[in-house]
Design a protein around this ligand. Structure first.
Ligand SMILES: Cc1cc2nc3c(=O)[nH]c(=O)nc-3n(C[C@H](O)[C@H](O)[C@H](O)COP(=O)(O)O)c2cc1C
Length: 188
């Protein structure tokens, strides 16, 4: 697959088939993730991969996030609210959850550097996922239950979860949600 096609074709997948992902494939995907650039090559990421029972327990914790989304969910049309609640509760039955962590740090520039590096790593991973015919969605709604998740996954005390990538074999073909194109100011 050409890089252009991967960038243009990738979509966030929120519904998965009841099929496992080969652990070796997950390792390969993370190798792509860590090829991302980072400030001073600090490589601030560490990934925790949850499958099986731990994945199920993480999902139970995540289902609590609906409590924090009540206002947002009420604002959605019925069908969209139902789909969103179902995803929050089951993660679309994704068999793999990858928790992405970075070092806890109060310094704004360190935070910016770490977040940008991790964002690049996640995008590398997402493109490699798509190239392999798999699907994933990067989610930050884990924010609301990050402490409970960190405890479950044994995340090191000096690190925090910034997002989860839920991964599996796609059971849907999401449409392009569209992009604004008027986003650049050219100056000369
Ligand atoms: C930083 C970040 C956080 C996101 N958080 C969530 C989330 O919590 N729940 C969710 O369903 N999707 C989440 N997404 C996926 C976006 O909704 C999705 O990328 C966007 O709607 C564009 O759709 P596409 O990825 O299919 O092109 C997140 C994406 C990014 C980059």
């Amino acid at each position: 697959m050409q890089l252009d096609d991967a960038i243009r074709g990738r979509r966030s997948v929120r519904l998965f088939r009841d099929e496992p992902v080969d652990p070796q494939v997950v390792r390969e995907l993370i190798e792509f993730a860590v090829d991302a650039p980072s400030s001073h090559n600090a490589q601030p990421w560490h990934f925790y991969v949850a499958t099986g029972e731990i994945r199920d327990r993480a999902c139970e914790i995540l289902s609590q996030t609906t409590l924090y989304y009540e206002e947002y969910l009420e604002s959605l049309p019925d069908e969209q609210a139902e789909t969103t609640i179902a995803f929050l509760a089951s993660l679309g039955d994704a068999p793999v959850i990858i928790a992405v962590t970075l070092p806890s740090n109060d310094e704004p520039l360190d935070q910016i550097n770490a977040c940008m590096a991790v964002g690049g790593a996640i995008q590398n991973l997402q493109l490699a996922v798509y190239e392999r015919g798999l699907g994933c969605c990067n989610i930050t709604f884990s924010f609301w239950v990050r402490d409970e998740l960190s405890e479950l996954l044994g995340v090191a005390e000096d690190r925090e979860i910034v997002s989860l990538v839920v991964l599996g074999v796609p059971a849907e073909t999401p449409q392009d949600r569209g992009r604004d194109t008027d986003v650049v100011t050219f100056l000369d």
